[in-house]
Ligand binder design. Sequence first.
Ligand SMILES: [Zn+2]
Length: 342
Amino acid sequence: MNLDTSEALTAVLSTEDSDCREMIGLASTQKTRKHQERSLGTASYVCSACGSTEMFIDHTRGEVICSSCGLVHSDRSIDMGPEWRAFTSDEQNARQRVGGPQDWSKFDQGLTTVIGRQNVDASGRKLSSTRRAEIHRLRKWQIRTKVHSSDKRNLAVAMTELHRISSQLSIPYAIRETSAVIYRKALRKRLTRGRTILGMIAASLYLACRVHYVPRPLEDICDQIHITRKELSLCVRLILRYLNLKIPQANPIAYVHRFGAQLDLPGKATKAAIDILQEAQRQRLTIGKDPKGMAAAAIYVASILTGARRTQLEIARTARVTEVTVRNRYKEMVQKLNISTT
Ligand SMILES: [Zn+2]
């Protein structure tokens, strides 16, 4: 994956509405944290005595020491870890005071208050029956107030769907997070009106995959979650039109491995297809063309060149494009790149 979560999030978000700025806030704190980690690392120190950049960090003393001359550069590095110690997992559970990280793919970002089910007080004593009834009521209302507006309800359903679909399609966490942000933006701009939740979720997943440079064909997503391609592409276009997203164009090379694996193509043919596509990109043949079609044509050429021939029909079926597309792209490619396939 080319982008990490925070970078992809900032790539997706524009600075228009406050909601987004808040989200970018999240992205930038992640960045600062990363920056801090890096500056604590050995690279940012240059020894004032010998000019070496090789530093040794002594975590127990909190010192940064030059590893060639031994000069102590800092003796005040901050320990970011917990102030308590735990030797067993029971102890760890008992001492932890924080919950999981913030998560955009949970409808409340994982920041909700949960009233425990144990019916004991802080010191572990059982609650009296009147107190227990009171807590029971509180708990019930806590659950009810979590999801109060129709937007929140929509989001709650949508995020559950998102979790289900992304585990079906084995979508990694970072992409799920990005698609959650895209969906939230769509919801805020009222784009979900009159569309199905499933369709909009699928569309934001599809776009998130593209943001992270791991494109999934629309058809792949349709197959898994039983919505029509028409519905899905409509939602995708809707989001693209009204949200100011920077979605990178899908790279045909990203499809080669997927199609190659589906066609049981040998590694050398896949490699050849990638080489062909790189050359095609250099000569600007891929511009404005469907990346799947380009990938399919390159695979076809490569399969002939490497003697692992696959038919146009097989390739077209795998890439979910028409045979005509494969044939046309193939002809252009062979002609413009001067490849002889006979
Ligand atoms: Zn030194």
